[in-house]
Design a binder for this molecule. Structure first.
Ligand SMILES: *Cc1c(COP(=O)(O)O)cnc(C)c1O
Length: 366
């Protein structure tokens, strides 16, 4: 017997795990029982089989092509999420007694800095906390230490909704790009390490993409546990242990989708700029009612965050939005308010429906 369970797809504004492109989900469904030419599901084959080898190569190549990553860089697929990279980066890149510099622009870089400061002599050289993480620093707002091994930043703070519009100045940049990876071009050659967990914009939970400049491998301190040493993964071609094969497969399909649908990261960037403008436009036109969190210059194109003067509107907004199939709009539990995550796979129609609803809601309640 049928019941009242919703079976239609909604517009899902979840911050992560998040919306995936429908063509990708359809392909996953179609290939679930039998990967073409393989006779088994991708879930059932060895990570050393030729079929999986091809999937791994395709996924790696997809990243190389879209970001024009040159041969000075290794591309790894690791587990442990971005949280493990918070520790692996300092463990691998900072020899005993040395340090790195951290820009703290929100909850995620704060956690990363905390990990590095606990493990090494690293320094926070800019901290947005006094201003409640509403902005990111510009060149000249901070001073780096000459002996620092790298300068760390988070390109997009998923919780606060602030984003670097371009990478900061500094040598050996390390970037947590978890929530804007694949949303716009990025000059990898300016970086020592770029990493991103897939479950925001690039695929399902379970895999972390790490792009690592090869010369850094020479300076990794000896004595790290095997899994925590980047060299283990480089030497084994991301198969030091059994990698998250399914997550790598789906990420590969997402890369194919980006390539086919948009052709380039420049093109998807334009698309994302148009999408977020629909929401920021409503916020600006009803600025007495919607209080945007980020300063205009540093607004995130992926996570649009705002709140109301009166908190009583939070619940009403979410309830009424859900009636229009607009879901998961609650801000992170640590900050409250509203957050609309509009990653690559969120269609314009979804963002337009939300913008129309916001307009109506402001007229009714503002
Ligand atoms: C989600 C997120 C993380 C944490 O990722 P996990 O895969 O859960 O460890 C780190 N940094 C940013 C910017 C994120 O958005």
């Amino acid at each position: 017997m049928s019941n009242a369970v919703t079976v239609e797809r909604v517009y899902n504004f979840s911050a992560g795990p998040a919306v995936l492109p429908e063509p990708v989900l359809e392909q996953v469904r179609d290939e679930m029982l039998c990967l073409p030419g393989v006779g088994s599901s991708v879930l059932e084959i060895s990570h050393r089989s030729p079929a999986f080898e091809e999937i791994l190569d395709n996924t790696t190549q997809g990243i190389r092509n879209l970001f024009q990553v040159n041969d000075d860089y290794e591309i790894l697929f690791l587990q442990g999420g971005s949280r493990l990279q918070f520790a692996m980066v300092p463990m691998n890149l900072i020899p005993a007694g040395e340090s790195a510099d951290y820009l703290v622009t929100g909850s995620w870089s704060q956690k990363a800095a905390q990990e590095a400061v606990g493990l090494t002599d690293s320094k926070i050289v800019w901290d947005g906390k006094p201003d409640r993480y509403r902005s990111v620093p510009q060149t000249g707002d901070y001073e780096t230490n000459t002996a620092a091994r790298y300068l760390y930043y988070c390109s997009n703070e998923t919780i606060q909704g602030v984003q670097f519009q371009d990478h900061p100045e500094g040598k050996n940049l390390v970037c947590d790009a978890s929530s804007d990876f694949l949303s716009r071009p990025m000059d990898i050659s300016k970086h020592a390490v770029v990493y991103a967990c897939a479950q925001k914009n690039a695929g399902p939970a379970g895999v972390n993409v790490v792009i690592l400049r090869r010369d850094l491998l020479d300076a990794i301190p000896d004595g790290l546990p095997g899994y925590l040493d980047y060299r283990s993964h480089v030497d084994a071609g991301s198969r030091y242990n059994t990698p998250p094969t399914f997550a790598i497969y789906v990420t590969g399909l997402v890369l194919n989708w980006v390539e086919q649908q948009f052709g380039s990261l420049e093109s998807i960037q334009k698309h994302n700029e148009q999408k977020c403008a629909l929401l920021y436009d409503v916020i600006d036109r009803y600025s007495d009612f919607y209080i945007g969190h980020a300063v205009e210059r540093d607004r995130s194109k992926m996570n649009v965050t705002f709140k109301f003067d009166n908190e009583k509107f939070d619940a009403l907004f979410k309830t009424m939005a859900a009636e229009r199939q607009l879901t998961n709009l609650g801000g992170h539990r640590s900050v409250g308010g509203i957050r609309a995550s509009i990653y690559n796979a969120m269609p314009v129609a979804g963002v337009q429906t939300l913008a129309d609803f916001m307009e109506e809601f402001a007229q009714q309640n503002g």
